[in-house]
Design a protein around this ligand. Sequence first.
Ligand SMILES: [Zn+2]
Length: 272
Amino acid sequence: MEPPKKGAECHLGIYKTEGIILKSYNLKEADRILTIYTKDYGKISAVAKGVRRSRSKLRGATQQLTYVDLVLYQGKSIDTITQCETKEMFIALREDLHRWAYAVYTIELLDAMVPERQPQVRVYAEFLAALHLIAALEEPEIGALFFTVRLLPLLGYQPVLHKCISCHQEIGEGTRTSLSASMGGILCGDCSSPEPQGYPMEGGELAVWRRLAAMEARLLPRLKVSPTVRKRLFLCLRYYLQYQLERRLKSVEFLKHLSLLEEDKTNPTKEN
Ligand SMILES: [Zn+2]
């Protein structure tokens, strides 16, 4: 494993950072391997030794979706967590199943899209902001949508949204279009007919996508989006992400299970 390149302190293989625990799985009798999205090192895996013993000091702080301060010891194959202190538990997310489901979606999306050990301060900031938004907004779904549309350009997945990817004409808000994941952008009505191509969009979801991509997080509580348009945008993003990631996100199936996302039967798509 490469030595830590940056960070506040690095002394004899010991380094400090902060991060959010994305997932964990048990190892041997009492250990747990954690995947953490850290501020200074990006996504890392590390082992928390003896954490499942009742007296372990690390026990409380190593749960999924906990915001922590960490001290790690650099190992040959995997680093070891020597200290882990909770900064924030996100109680509001834990007490509400819908909020929790959207937060788990952001975790799975981030985990699927970011490579290991590549710090990106803006991605980290957007992720932390998204968790706070999902915890606080009246409609947590808006927080999840906000995170998704912000993450795409930061990681190089941004589709062309302002003009037709085929004929390059400007596309105004409210027009019927379709999103082609394979072509990487929006097709105008002319270019997606007579054979429908990509994922059909009514117009409202494109307008909301553009607004979310451009607006400041602090203005989100004032943004009103109808449940129908939110669902349509979520489904459209799901289609696009599935193409880019070449797999389905499990958390999206969980959202469907909670009836937070219904399949749009009227929306056939060639590329899905
Ligand atoms: Zn066109």
